[in-house]
Design a protein around this ligand. Structure first.
Ligand SMILES: Cc1cc2nc3c(=O)[nH]c(=O)nc-3n(C[C@H](O)[C@H](O)[C@H](O)COP(=O)(O)OP(=O)(O)OC[C@H]3O[C@@H](n4cnc5c(N)ncnc54)[C@H](O)[C@@H]3O)c2cc1C
Length: 364
């Protein structure tokens, strides 16, 4: 068995690591000059989206002996809508670093991997297929899966973000649900250190509007964040991503090609989270190659989560600002707060409640 992994990101490196734990070395092909060679970004594992897995870091460690260190734990979440604010004080997940940062998640995984990584790779999928018995497609985007007619796109989103400077509590994440800032989407402030934070707005391309509207919304977000933190927040570095495709592959495996991470459809449409799912697809592909079961079976729960998450997204798209304010107000009640400390999977529960109203527009 000769295995090629295309892409040294979360899913590709997790796959390589898991194969190595079972005595198999793969060849990893990365188009960039090093692992995580893109803008520094703070991301999160949010337990209210991963329950019953409450502690992702511990779960990866205990279940798979895969060790990652987050930048910090999240113990306070503040939600803002136009008129309401809810503060949830409970262990709610972890902040992770991504991209060029020396403690980035992909960097941590790369340090544990001993399979060779071929940087500046220009190898195509077709050429890898000729030279290897198995190919793991882990390129972080849907293009190969789409070219192979193996990807159903459900939506595409745009993100505009920046690293801002200020004084931040490292355990405190702030989330805005406000159509004036991120229409049918959301915005967040996620500290990556005590002096730097990521400020990001994410919304579907269908509600993106003009360049001027985006700039106006960005200014509104900056003002809202400055007001919430009672500080001016100078911008250090900015990024913009357009047309980030969210969808699901039709078959997780075709012949001896495995679709992992975003090539599989790891990004959950509701809020765009996909780190855990990407790591899991990498692990599951390795398990299949080691003979422990079928990749299609291992990934079934992830497909189910994707569809639950899509129902929530459809529900979210129907909400006006009064609707967002109603939800944030509910979060501030004892029942709302208990949701975060209970074992309830918000995605599953929300999707069951909303499915009759969204009309099951999903292909399952
Ligand atoms: C701005 C932003 C914020 C996000 N925030 C969150 C969050 O808070 N929480 C969360 O859970 N998820 C978040 N996500 C989603 C999460 O980052 C992804 O789901 C996850 O990183 C995907 O892992 P992957 O292995 O598929 O791809 P990646 O980790 O992106 O790795 C793909 C690798 O493949 C390489 N590559 C690409 N093309 C080729 C090629 N042709 N040949 C060789 N190598 C190639 C790339 O250079 C890269 O190194 C966010 C995504 C973005 C863009």
């Amino acid at each position: 068995m000769r295995i090629a992994i295309m892409g040294a990101g979360l899913s590709g490196l997790s796959c390589a690591l898991m194969l190595e734990k079972h005595g198999i070395s793969a060849d990893i092909f990365e188009k960039r000059s090093r692992v995580g060679d893109r803008f520094v970004n703070g991301e999160a594992f949010m337990s209210f989206l991963t329950k019953p897995i409450d502690d992702v870091v511990r779960y990866l460690s205990e279940e798979f002996h895969l060790y990652v260190k987050p930048a910090s734990a999240i113990s306070c979440l503040t939600f803002y809508s136009g008129r309401q604010k809810a503060v949830i004080e409970a262990h709610s997940g972890f902040i992770t670093l991504r991209g060029r940062h020396r403690h980035a998640l992909e960097q941590q995984l790369a340090e544990q991997v001993s399979s060779p990584v071929h940087y500046h790779s220009e190898r195509t999928y077709e050429s890898l297929q000729q030279d290897y018995t198995h190919v793991i497609l882990a390129t972080g985007d849907a293009s190969y899966a789409a070219n192979l007619r193996n990807f159903q796109e459900y939506l595409s989103v745009s993100l505009k973000g920046a690293i801002i400077e200020g004084n931040f509590e490292r355990d405190h994440v702030r989330i805005w649900l406000d159509n004036n800032i991120a229409p049918q989407g959301y915005a967040y402030l996620l500290p990556i250190s005590s002096t730097k934070a990521n400020l990001v707005m994410a919304y579907p391309d269908t509600s993106a509007g003009s360049k001027e509207q985006t700039e106006k919304r960005w200014q509104l977000l900056l003002e809202a964040a400055s007001q919430a933190l009672q500080q001016s927040l100078p911008i250090n570095d900015q990024f913009q991503i357009k047309n980030y495709k969210i969808g699901m592959c039709c078959s997780p495996r075709i012949g001896n090609t495995f679709f992992t991470g975003n090539c599989f459809g790891s990004i959950m449409p509701f809020l765009g989270f996909g780190q855990l799912e990407s790591i899991l697809t990498g692990i599951y592909a390795a398990f299949d190659l080691c003979g422990y079961g079928r990749y299609e079976e291992f990934t079934k729960p992830l497909r189910k989560s994707f569809h639950d998450s899509m129902v929530l997204r459809q529900g979210m798209e129907t909400l006006n600002n009064d609707g967002f304010s109603f939800i944030v107000k509910q979060l501030n009640t004892s029942v709302g707060k208990r949701l975060f400390s209970s074992n309830v999977n918000v995605m599953r529960a929300g999707s069951m409640l909303l499915r009759p109203f969204t009309g099951e527009r999903m292909r399952r």
